[in-house]
Design a protein. Structure first.
Length: 112
């Protein structure tokens, strides 16, 4: 099993959610986060004054899936979240050792 963590732009959340659903995976976990990458924030202007916003708003979308589904889900996220500009985000994929469904007590791949 794999865990996909995608850090995306807020305006791309709905398109990523739809892409995951179309790829056959309707479940996800969502967290509002702030952060920056190599660009270290951005300059904005308010009432003629410039100021630096160091922590930009982002969303972290998390999906736990079977190994065989991982590549397709990552491709769906990349395609739906990409703008081509700095700050599009990152996707992290890690191994999941085990999962247990609380309601039924199932564990392993059947609980995903």
């Amino acid at each position: 099993m794999k865990k996909i963590e995608a850090v995306i732009r807020p305006e791309k959340l709905e398109s990523v959610r739809i892409a995951l659903e179309e790829a056959g995976y309707p479940g996800l976990m969502l967290t509002r986060i702030e952060g920056h990458g190599k660009q270290k924030g951005m300059l904005q202007q308010f009432r003629g004054r410039q100021y630096k916003v160091e922590l930009l708003p982002k969303y972290k979308v998390e999906v736990v899936c079977l190994d065989a589904e991982c590549a397709a889900l990552v491709a769906a996220i990349v395609e739906s979240a990409r703008t081509g500009d700095v700050g599009d985000g990152k996707i992290f994929v890690s191994d999941i050792e085990d999962v247990t469904r609380i309601r039924t007590g199932e564990s392993g791949e059947s609980a995903v």
